[in-house]
Ligand binder design. Structure first.
Ligand SMILES: [Cu+2]
Length: 137
């Protein structure tokens, strides 16, 4: 009976330990795979920079910084044939990372899909840019 109690009380601890270890392993994995980090500002209906260049086959992390205090923006790039099917929302004043690996060289347009009723979309106001993917090194 005493043994039984002992083993059940150990279970939460073991689960916590397992979660901690797998979490730590996941973090190391992410750190290895995030590739180069490129910071991009979103604000005032613009992306800054609005042209970035990356290499096919290499992971890259975009650090999206919304410099508007309230206006939400997003980074959208739909080119699934090139391994790029991206849509990341970034709230006002927030920062979001997105990691991806483009698979095909080319020139791809990214943009913000935000739009208020009866207003021009952010993209129509000029919130778009170009991701240039160079051939794998
Ligand atoms: Cu926007």
């Amino acid at each position: 009976m005493a043994d039984c109690h002992h083993s059940t009380s150990m279970k939460p601890f073991l689960f916590a330990l397992a979660a901690l270890l797998s979490g730590a392993a996941g973090w190391v994995q992410a750190a290895q795979d995030e590739g180069a980090v490129i910071e991009m500002k979103l604000g005032d209906y613009r992306f800054m920079p609005d042209r970035i260049e990356v290499a096919a086959g290499s992971p890259v992390t975009l650090r999206l910084v919304n410099t508007d205090r309230i206006t939400p923006h997003n980074f959208t790039l739909k080119a699934p044939d090139a391994g790029l099917d991206l849509h990341v929302a970034v709230g006002g004043g927030k920062t979001q990372d997105i990691t991806f690996t483009p698979t095909a060289a080319g020139s791809y347009t990214f943009y913000c899909t935000k739009k208020l009723p009866f207003m021009k979309s952010h993209r129509e106001r000029g919130m778009e840019g170009t991701l240039v993917v160079t051939p794998a090194p």
